[in-house]
Design a binder for this molecule. Structure first.
Ligand code: NAD
Ligand code: MG
Length: 389
């Protein structure tokens, strides 16, 4: 029986993780749930899964959650700090990091600090502070198991392999809803359109990141740290059907891939059950349903966020942290139709130019860079044509 702390339990990953838990009550037990502001869903989940504790990070929602759960033996905590505490409890065997954005960094680090196994969906944690996170995980012997489908695919391809034998990894990308589109089209797209991903149903932020290809850039940085790769060992290929979830090429030229229908429940389940595989009733992939699996090169000129992320990865230091913070701000503004689709790249680029570069940042430096980048990006967003009119 594994006792889980599920951080971000009301999100797309969090709810799917709870589906996996519900299907295997003999394997998993929920010890902690956390949500930011969706009090109603958190209350419902707590009633169903009977955790020992819940954390609501948006403090304005605390009273609602506290009073709704008053008759149950469930501890209710508020604020981001509480997350760092609960993940370290002896009663927690494994932490699922499914918070979105920089907000997931500290709780992931706290779990690692306590030597917990972490199933990590929150890629921004590795984008921002991958070196510190992986170093700490090594020191504390805390295993980090990827949940992101591409990294889960790579992880599955690497079971039983010698890491020294990796020549390169190839991350697949669906290309998102605007694959093949050019700037003259993209200039006018709205959030409602960008939110329609062809293959995956996900939280709003990652869905926009998939439409801009920033998601793939973030995933390159995530792969670099997770698997200890050099930048030039990481490639991206567009594969619109999202059946091959990623590939590893070895030094003997052999290429391994992991395939399946696009359904996050599989990588979530694998991360929770690793090293075991467990049976399920998920829909099976059938070659007869797919006449063609196709591949093409990304359009780096049109989808500039991918190029910006690769530059930030090469630049290293605090550059990925700044890129991530600026991206979080402009995506938030885009979701409210306050900045244009193409403007997002311009604003991220300008923010990267304006925040001073730090070659070897400490955790405090990352926090300061994140804050500085957010102020600059927010200012740029405020001056967008769309915000003004
Ligand atoms: P989501 O927006 O659906 O859910 C986010 C969760 O985080 C919610 O439970 C929310 O309450 C919580 N949260 C939001 N802001 C918070 C804050 N400031 N402090 C504490 N908690 C906060 O997001 P998602 O799509 O589930 O994605 C979660 C993470 O998983 C992201 O890092 C994303 O990149 C990654 N991921 C998601 C998918 C997917 O299919 N959804 C796939 C791969 C990776
Ligand atoms: Mg992914």
């Amino acid at each position: 029986m594994k006792r889980l702390a599920i951080l971000g339990s009301t999100g797309s990953i969090g709810t799917q993780a709870l589906d996996v838990v519900a299907a295997h009550p003999e394997l998993f037990e929920v010890e902690v749930l956390s949500a930011h502001s969706n009090a109603a869903m958190l209350i419902e989940q707590a009633g169903k899964f009977k955790p020992n504790a819940v954390v609501v990070t948006d403090e304005t929602k605390f009273d609602t959650v506290k009073s709704a759960l008053a008759s149950l033996p469930i501890k209710v905590f508020k604020g981001a700090e509480a997350l760092n505490d609960v993940v370290q409890w002896d009663s927690v065997d494994m932490v699922l990091g499914a918070i979105v954005g920089f907000a997931g960094l500290h709780s992931t680090l706290a779990a690692i600090e306590a030597g917990k196994r972490v199933a990590l969906a929150n890629k921004e944690t590795l984008v921002v502070a991958g070196e510190i996170v992986m170093q700490k995980a090594l020191e504390k012997k805390a295993h980090i198991i990827p949940v992101d489908s591409e990294h889960s695919a790579i992880f599955q391809c690497l079971v039983g392999e010698d890491m020294e034998q990796i020549e390169k990894v190839i991350l697949t990308a669906s290309g998102g809803p605007f694959l093949g589109r050019k700037p003259n089209y993209l200039v006018n797209v709205k959030a409602s359109h960008a939110l329609q991903h062809p293959n995956w149903t996900m939280g709003a932020k990652i869905t926009i990141d998939s439409a801009t290809l920033m998601n793939k850039g973030l995933e390159m940085i995530e792969a670099k740290w997770l698997f200890g790769l050099k930048d030039e060992q990481i490639e991206v290929v567009i594969h619109p059907q999202s059946i091959i979830h990623s590939l590893v090429q070895f030094k003997d030229s052999s290429v391994k891939a992991q395939l399946g229908l696009p359904d996050m429940k599989l990588p979530i389940q694998y991360a929770l059950s690793f090293p075991r595989r467990i049976g399920n009733d998920f829909k099976r992939f059938d070659f007869k349903d797919y006449a063609k699996l196709t591949f093409e090169q990304p359009d780096y000129k049109t989808f500039r966020n991918l190029a910006l992320a690769i530059d930030a990865m090469h630049k290293a230091g605090n550059a990925p942290c700044v890129l991530n913070a600026a991206n979080e701000v402009v995506v938030h503004a885009f979701l409210q139709n306050k900045v244009g689709f193409l403007e997002m790249s311009e604003m991220i680029e300008k923010t990267l130019e304006r925040v001073s570069y730090i070659e070897h940042p400490t955790l405090e430096d990352y926090e300061a860079s994140d804050k500085e980048a957010r102020v600059i990006a927010a200012e740029l967003a405020k001056n967008s044509q769309l915000s003004i009119y």
